[in-house]
Design a binder for this molecule. Structure first.
Ligand code: AGP
Length: 611
């Protein structure tokens, strides 16, 4: 996610904001910028790259001023570049803004503004907000102009705004994207997150959705959606700066597991056209004729992303009858894959920089295939070398163990299935409506699992954290979740764990089972549920300990499992997204109990950019 810091007060702002941005670096970013309001004039400095580069620019040309905005950008719309870096301005340069979030209707608004003569300098969704305020300012004062402008926005935003006609003042607004205000002795701050202001103050006000704030050096006034002043509570934060980077979570991985509700929602945002009842993508630039003609799809990835591909195979073959092969990146690039112009190769990658996956994309292109990517990093190598892109909007994933990237990759695959299904007439409008409705229920179901099962999962983790071997079993579309659950455990707790198709037990792994060995079985409601119960019986007959994932209300499982984690009911094809949540938490808590270095596990890197 992007990082915002703003200040107005008695002190010089630029160095303070740079330090504040550095304390938000953990959020991940690809460019940075700052704007200062001094002598009724706003000056901006911004650049692609790290904050050090911005510091270099400021050392060459220092900026004066005690009213300022700073920003670190995590690109969602528009590649990382100087022009796309925030802060952005209107045509006049008198209005400057920084933004964190996603504006769903920016294309429509941008077109309307261009028709009114507005000229744009970036590809971002953010820039349109400055021009909207400029347009409204022709009719009213800055505060009302801000209210009118944000009233036209659909999507999420946390905004910092400067107006050269309002010296010494900072404005802020938020909807669905966090923004706080810090009350210090010698001025007032806005920020995306507490770490940015913690060295200056522990007194925080949380801006709520649809509120607008007006800050001066010695006052903070907040207005509600009815544009009337609201009285805000001042909270006192007792975190230390390091804890604050993780928003109070002990590890980034846990924070990112908890962020999945938001990340799934953000990845759906703007992609479900409810009028036409269709899925819309912003950069999946294949013609409908081509998509109708595709005879075979290859999916290629590594690690967790490979497990997402395996689920994608079920979706494309079961629902669209498109033959789909799945390859591990390092295998695909060294075998002679049967691909041609009628093959679409889809790479899945959180980082967009995994060497084996990137090489597979290049191999596919060299053989005439067309390529697409599902990726979490805008402008990354794999996206630059792919023709069509579906971005996951998970925000930066800091923990080495991939969690929210995985569930948002599944969301992208669900959207792609509906998109292709409608184009290829494999899904009628009613079926597509049912799927899109069920998709929108997923974020709350993820929240329900965490709220209702987290304590149970912690107890289960405590019961088995000293074990040396785990087996994970799943069938059909949940077999890849058995693989992913095993990978999560082994990569952060260093316990040996294997994922297996449950039906394979008799072909080998059953020999592994000894008394008390934990076997995690994905037994949520599905067509092969009874088969899975038999597999559980096989485990119990050999005194294995069964940890079962079961659908809420399933009483049958009680007589078979030693421990049960209940999962809200959903369509089978969506069950992998819900089933992985408890498995992520089991891996996390077992690793925590074993004292492992969860965010940076031994021998592993977040992005494997070498062979
Ligand atoms: C997953 O938890 C691992 N960190 C690893 O397997 C990862 O999924 C793999 O390296 C692929 O990375 P990518 O998604 O960035 O391409």
């Amino acid at each position: 996610m992007c990082g915002i810091v703003g200040y107005t007060g008695k002190k010089d702002a630029s160095l303070m904001l740079i330090e504040g941005l550095k304390r938000l670096e953990y959020r991940g970013y690809d460019s940075a910028g700052i704007a200062l309001l001094h002598n009724n004039r706003i000056t901006r400095k911004r650049c692609k790259g790290k904050i050090a580069k911005l510091e270099q620019l400021l050392s060459e040309e220092p900026l004066e001023g005690s009213t300022a905005l700073g920003h670190t950008r995590w690109a969602t719309h528009g590649k990382p570049s100087d022009e796309n870096a925030h802060p952005h301005s209107d045509c006049t340069g008198e209005i400057v803004i920084v933004h964190n979030g996603i504006i769903e209707n920016y294309i429509k608004l941008k077109k309307e503004l261009q028709e009114k003569g507005h000229r744009f300098g970036s590809e971002t969704d953010t820039e349109i907000i400055a021009h909207l305020i400029e347009e409204e300012l022709k009719k009213t004062d800055i505060l009302k102009a801000i209210f009118s402008a944000v009233g036209k926005l659909e999507g999420s935003y946390a905004l910092g705004i400067l107006y050269s006609g309002a010296p010494g003042e900072v404005f802020a607004a938020r909807k669905d994207s966090p923004l706080i205000m810090g009350l210090a002795e010698d001025g007032n701050f806005i920020a995306s997150d507490i770490p940015a202001v913690l060295p200056y103050t522990k007194k925080i006000i949380y801006l709520e959705d649809n509120e607008v704030a007006h800050l001066t050096a010695d006052s903070v006034t907040v207005y509600g959606p009815d544009r009337k002043k609201v009285k805000k509570e001042v909270s006192v934060i007792n975190w230390d700066p390091v804890m604050a980077e993780k928003q109070g979570y002990k590890h980034f991985m846990l924070k990112e597991i908890f962020e999945q509700q938001q990340a799934i929602g953000d990845t759906l945002l703007g992609r479900l056209d409810r009028e036409k009842n269709e899925v819309v993508f912003e950069k999946f630039s294949f013609s409908k004729d081509y998509l109708k003609k595709i005879r075979r799809i290859f999916m290629v990835a590594c690690g967790t992303a490979y497990h997402a591909c395996l689920i994608g195979k079920f979706l494309l073959e079961d629902h669209l009858k498109i033959p789909c092969e799945v390859d591990i990146g390092s295998e695909f690039r060294y075998r002679n894959p049967p691909i041609d112009r009628d093959t679409l190769v889809i790479a899945i990658s959180q980082s967009g920089e995994t060497a084996d996956t990137l090489a597979a994309v290049r191999e596919a292109k060299s053989r005439g295939a067309r390529t697409a990517a599902i990726c979490n990093v805008v402008g990354s190598s794999i996206t630059r070398e792919s023709e069509g892109i579906i971005y996951t909007h998970a925000g930066p994933e800091i923990g080495v163990a991939s969690t929210k990237a995985f569930t948002t990759q599944l969301v992208a695959l669900y959207l792609l299935t509906i998109y292709l299904g409608r184009i290829r007439n494999m899904l009628d409008e009613k079926e597509a409506l049912e799927l899109t409705q069920q998709l929108t229920f997923l974020p709350l179901k993820v929240k329900k699992i965490i709220d209702s099962q987290h304590e149970n999962i912690m107890n289960i983790s405590h019961k088995y954290f000293k074990k040396h071997d785990f087996l994970y079993l799943g069938r059909n579309i949940n077999y890849p979740i058995a693989l992913e659950g095993a990978l999560k455990l082994k990569e952060i707790s260093y316990i040996h764990a294997e994922g297996y198709p449950a039906g394979e037990m008799k072909h080998g792994p059953i020999a592994l089972i000894e008394e008390g060995m934990p076997v995690v079985v994905i037994a949520t409601e599905c067509d092969v549920y009874d088969k899975i119960l038999s597999n559980i019986e096989e485990v119990r007959a050999r005194d294995g300990a069964v940890v079962a994932l079961a659908t809420e209300g399933d009483d049958k499982i009680k007589r078979l499992a030693d421990d049960i984690i209940y999962i809200p009911e959903t369509l089978t094809l969506f069950s992998p997204l819900l089933n992985i949540i408890p498995l992520q938490l089991i891996a996390y808590h077992i690793a925590r109990l074993r004292g492992c270095d969860i965010d940076q596990p031994r021998n592993l890197a977040k992005s494997v950019t070498v062979e």
